[in-house]
Design a protein around this ligand. Structure first.
Ligand code: C5P
Length: 234
């Protein structure tokens, strides 16, 4: 690969934590800062890619030189991603998507009531799974005239990382899974550094020791580019 191995390639990256609203002023979210997704976007841009960054709630502004699409909730992110997948070469799902959302969203501010309040939550669509299923359906039809993106998923775990990462890779049909043990200092949410393991079909591909998210992003792109262009890659 040359110095701009992603020139002419369309890259879609999701970043941040989704917001699942209860009413106009309250919501459920998570600790994702969006920093890993931003680092991946900046790195891809440096490698020449045409980058679309689908952002949920993030700390700080996205990097310059990329197309930013806001998607607050999991459902909005699903629409933003799935409508673009057919024209994408690489999808990187670094966002922390809420697994559940409130069953009902009140149109006006909820009032205080009895001492206890039970929130009912319903499952959100799994975007990564939907991409995997879409790829699978295309392959079953012979894949004629259809671009199938190389897909990188993320996994934040607090133990037994390898087992969960490989299970996720197979189930969601990703090409690579980047797993971090968010219980380790210097890894995961909010920090500027990360410690990750990258898994492919055959198991562990690379263990990246503590380093800046930007350096980790460069390594992840190197691995994705190598594997996407290798004839052995699925
Ligand atoms: O299963 P788990 O949520 O841990 O998988 C994490 C991966 O799946 C991440 O890449 C995340 O962006 C993606 N995901 C998704 N839609 C969801 C939940 C997770 O795309 N509803």
């Amino acid at each position: 690969a040359g110095p701009r191995p992603l020139a002419g390639r369309r890259v879609l990256i999701t970043a941040g934590g989704t917001i699942e609203r209860l009413d106009p002023v309250r919501y459920i979210t998570n600790d994702s800062s969006g920093k890993m997704g931003f680092a991946l976007a900046e790195s891809a841009r440096g490698l020449g890619a045409d980058v679309t960054l689908v952002c949920a709630r993030t700390d700080g502004p996205p990097p310059p030189g990329v197309r930013v699409v806001s998607a607050e909730s999991a459902e909005e992110m699903y629409e933003a991603v799935m409508s673009r997948v057919p024209e994408t070469d690489f999808v990187v799902k670094a966002a922390a998507v809420a697994d559940y959302r409130p069953a009902r969203r009140q149109s006006s501010k909820m009032k205080k009531g009895p001492e206890q309040l039970t929130l009912e939550l319903v499952r959100n669509p799994d975007i990564l799974q939907a991409i995997g299923d879409w790829k699978q359906a295309g392959a079953a039809e012979g894949g004629a005239g259809r671009r199938t993106p190389f897909v990188v998923g993320f996994a934040a775990e607090t133990g037994d990382t390898e087992r969960y990462a490989l299970d996720k890779l197979k189930r969601k049909r990703c090409d690579l899974i980047v797993a971090n043990d968010v219980s380790q200092a210097g890894a995961g949410f909010g920090t500027d550094t990360n410690i990750v393991s990258v898994y492919g079909d055959e198991g562990l591909v690379a263990a990246l020791p503590l380093q800046s998210k930007r350096a980790a992003a460069d390594r992840i792109w190197q691995l994705a580019i190598e594997r996407a262009s290798s004839p052995a890659a699925p």
